[in-house]
Ligand binder design. Structure first.
Ligand SMILES: C[S@@+](CC[C@H](N)C(=O)[O-])C[C@H]1O[C@@H](n2cnc3c(N)ncnc32)[C@H](O)[C@@H]1O
Length: 278
């Protein structure tokens, strides 16, 4: 178990909404005119951003009647994207009250308050009834949750029979000490990066059968190359970007993550699993 305050402190900011509004203004938008796509550079906090979300969520067969759980939703960027793309309803849970509050304001800015609900809760102990959700997904969250079995058991509980779970997490794929800080942890004691086989074991043990696995290291390396090329030709960071969430050490966190991936120690990996009768 990682002390909860270690996680919430790591992700806490204090004036996030003001910074997002200022970035939007620089881009010639406002809370009244903002659309879901305008917020994507700052509210999709995982490797590959929107590009990765789209490629990942498209595998989950989400439909208009579905109630979907966004596990560790952060600011809810993927939740809003899912509602617009698939016509579903999304509930998001996150440990960070600040992210939930800011994300809820962003929902209202883009007119989705009625279809996306964000709540503060622990992903391994949610307040929802059994079989509430048709689909659930998790984008870069398991790296903060050591007990993958408790997490998988809870997600199995809240899924309907036949329900689908998607995981897109940074996982251990090779040997060697990780360089810290990284975007999800300032120090090793806040990091719970695990191997794909650990996830598979936890999922199987809870009654979730893995149907697909995809290592996204090559995609990540291309994404970072493009990002670095864009940064080299720019005068400074863009008005909206995930650097707004990562504080003063943003550049070091991202550089370490790129190095850890390039050295083959970690990679973003997708897993898709189905709830079997159990
Ligand atoms: C790297 S961010 C990703 C946020 C979001 N999924 C996205 O892709 O934009 C990780 C998020 O996981 C949340 N988190 C970490 N441990 C959690 C837990 N046990 N329960 C719920 N949320 C958690 C953090 O608060 C943070 O918002």
């Amino acid at each position: 178990m990682i002390d909860e305050s270690l996680i919430t402190d790591h992700y806490s900011h204090g004036r996030l909404l003001d910074d997002i509004e200022a970035g939007l203004t620089t881009l010639g938008k406002s809370p009244r005119t903002a659309e879901v796509d305008d917020l994507a550079p700052v509210d999709e906090v995982h490797i590959g951003g929107r590009l990765a979300t789209e490629a990942f969520l498209d595998q989950l067969d989400i439909g208009p009647g579905d109630h979907v759980l966004d596990v560790g939703c952060g600011l809810g960027g993927a939740s809003r994207f899912a509602v617009e793309r698939y016509g579903c309803r999304v509930t998001g849970v996150d440990l960070s009250e600040e992210y939930v509050e800011v994300g809820t304001v962003l929902n209202s800015w883009v007119g989705l308050a009625g279809r996306v609900r964000l709540e503060a809760a622990d992903a391994s102990d949610t307040p929802y009834p059994d079989a509430e959700f048709d689909k659930a997904y998790m984008l870069h969250v398991g790296m903060n949750i050591p007990d993958k079995i408790a997490l998988a058991t809870e997600l199995h509980r809240v899924l309907t029979p036949g329900g689908v779970l998607g995981v897109y997490d940074v996982m251990r794929v090779g040997e060697g000490e990780l360089d810290f800080p990284v975007p999800w942890a300032s120090t090793p004691d806040a990091s719970a990066v695990a191997r794909p086989e650990d996830y598979r074991r936890a999922l199987a043990q809870s009654g979730l059968r893995v149907t697909a696995e995809r290592n996204r290291a090559a995609f990540a390396e291309r994404f970072f190359t493009d990002l670095q090329a864009a940064a080299a030709g720019a005068a400074g960071p863009p008005p909206l970007g995930i650097h707004l969430l990562m504080g003063e050490t943003a550049a070091t966190k991202v550089a370490n993550m790129i190095e850890n991936i390039a050295k083959g120690r970690i990679a973003p990996v997708e897993l898709v699993a189905v709830k079997t009768g159990h």
